[in-house]
Design a protein around this ligand. Structure first.
Ligand code: ADP
Ligand code: AMP
Length: 246
């Protein structure tokens, strides 16, 4: 039954789309597997660089912030539990996020590896991730540290506009959409995140320095951290990422 339904759906897919998906899969089959973590304070550019790395290496992009915001919007039990901490700019509990990552990593799109964006954010989360991967005989290959001074982050955060469905990030000054307030790809409206204010940024940065910076030390001991100059313009950061991953 399921096979019949799938082939009926495939018959409805335009030939051009089928061809480009086939070409994408052929290109992907020659790419090496990669398991990457992107660490950096809010606004450091992780979400901007992720789609570029994802396309280049055929990885899945798992951003715990995006997943949690979708759960909050859908008012799922997980979203209800997470909302209060997120509104205040505090971290949600380790158990909640470890659970969503564990489930998401099973997806077929993560077969060639993954980009974890915004996870792990505590040493406990990093240890749990290592345990999860060990069970599959895998390990993290590289941690990209988006190093940037706190002082430039307020302007980045307060000027950010996002397309919630895809997680695409824009900026009124640094990365404006073609039409103000509208996603370049879908034409759908962009929104500003509720926690993208100067006041909430303070708590988010506090959480980053206290709880997430130790994660960088944790991976430094494994010699897999690459430091990026994340204050540079987006294209220069992309070039640094490409150099580190090649
Ligand atoms: P993160 O995912 O790390 O929170 P984003 O990638 O969403 O950060 O970037 C935060 C904001 O800064 C966005 O509005 C984005 O367009 C902009 N931005 C991202 N990288 C740069 C950069 N290198 N220089 C200037 N602005 C940037
Ligand atoms: P982000 O989109 O990465 O800026 O995350 C937005 C908010 O989601 C954070 O301020 C936290 O409240 C929550 N969050 C996202 N990822 C994690 C995580 N790995 N651990 C705990 N809380 C998280």
């Amino acid at each position: 039954m399921a096979t019949g339904a799938a082939s009926a759906n495939l018959e409805d897919v335009p030939s051009l789309d089928l061809m480009s998906e086939l070409l994408r899969r052929m290109k992907c089959s020659s790419k090496p597997d990669k398991r990457l973590i992107l660490i950096g304070p809010p606004g450091s550019g992780k979400g901007t660089q992720s789609p570029i790395i994802k396309d280049e290496y055929c990885l899945c992009h798992l951003a715990t912030g995006d997943m949690l915001r979708a759960a909050v919007a859908a008012k799922t039990p997980l979203g209800v539990k997470a909302k209060e901490a997120m509104d205040k700019g505090e971290l949600v509990s380790d158990d909640l996020v470890v659970g969503i990552i564990d489930e998401a990593l099973q997806k077929p799109s993560c077969q060639k590896g993954f980009i974890l964006d915004g996870f792990p954010r505590t040493v406990v989360q990093a240890q749990k991730l290592d345990e999860m991967l060990e069970k599959k005989g895998a390990k993290v290959d590289k941690v990209l540290n988006f190093a940037v001074d706190d002082l430039i982050l307020e302007e980045r955060i307060t000027g950010r506009w996002i397309h919630p469905a895809s997680g695409r990030s824009y900026h009124t000054k640094f990365a404006p959409p073609k039409v103000p307030g509208v996603d370049d790809v879908t034409g759908e409206p962009l929104i500003q995140r509720k926690d993208d204010t100067a006041a909430v940024l303070k708590s988010r940065l506090e959480a980053f320095h206290k709880q997430t910076e130790p994660v960088i030390d944790y991976y430094s001991k494994k010699s897999i951290v690459a430091n990026l100059h994340a204050e540079k313009p987006p294209k220069e950061v992309t070039a640094e990422v490409q150099k580190v991953l090649s």
